[in-house]
Design a protein around this ligand. Structure first.
Ligand SMILES: Cc1cc2nc3c(=O)[nH]c(=O)nc-3n(C[C@H](O)[C@H](O)[C@H](O)COP(=O)(O)O)c2cc1C
Length: 165
């Protein structure tokens, strides 16, 4: 698949095979995140890779995140919004890095799903995340056990205009 085809074929995957992601594959996914662009190259983020089943179970306590417990790993993306130079971009930077991981994972046959359904304070306490870090999102990863259909997207004309809004 070309990179564009990888991007175009990606779908959120919420059902996973009971199968671990090999270390070299996980390292590649994390490296894709590490190589992401960030404002002034400050890389104001930290990623916690959750492999432990008991922790995954504790994270799966919302209405729309039950599938975390079945994921091979779930990554918690933390932004340093207090970065003295580029704090205001930290959430954007963290998101770009996470999405790089999502795309790399898909190219490697691994599905994922962004998760905004989490209680920040509870996770901060559970994972000992410093107060000043902001949890941007969680992303679950695993080998797909479903064929997710393409979600309806808005027409390009609604999303894009040329030279004025
Ligand atoms: C910031 C963000 C938060 C999301 N939160 C959740 C979530 O909590 N639970 C969930 O099942 N899906 C979540 N999603 C996945 C979206 O529902 C999904 O991307 C959207 O329906 C489009 O489907 P697609 O990713 O297959 O194109 C989230 C996606 C993003 C980008």
């Amino acid at each position: 698949m070309s990179l564009v085809d990888v991007v175009l074929s990606r779908r959120s995957i919420r059902r996973y095979e009971k199968r671990e992601i090999p270390k070299d594959v996980l390292d590649k996914i994390l490296e894709a995140g590490r190589q992401a662009p960030s404002a002034a190259n400050r890389q104001p983020y930290h990623f916690i890779v959750i492999t432990d089943y008991e922790i995954k179970k504790k994270l799966s306590n919302g209405m729309f995140n039950r599938f975390i417990q079945d994921s091979a790993i779930t990554i918690v993306g933390c932004a340093n919004t207090h970065d003295i130079l580029t704090g205001k971009w930290a959430v954007v930077d963290t998101s770009i890095s996470l999405q790089n991981m999502v795309i790399a994972a898909w190219a490697l046959g691994i599905g994922s799903c962004w998760i905004g359904d989490f209680k920040e304070d509870d996770i901060k306490q559970l994972l000992k995340i410093p107060d000043k870090r902001k949890i941007v999102a969680l992303v679950s990863f695993g080998y797909p056990a479903e064929q997710s259909h393409q979600r309806k997207k808005k027409a390009i004309e609604e999303l894009v205009s040329y030279n004025k809004f």
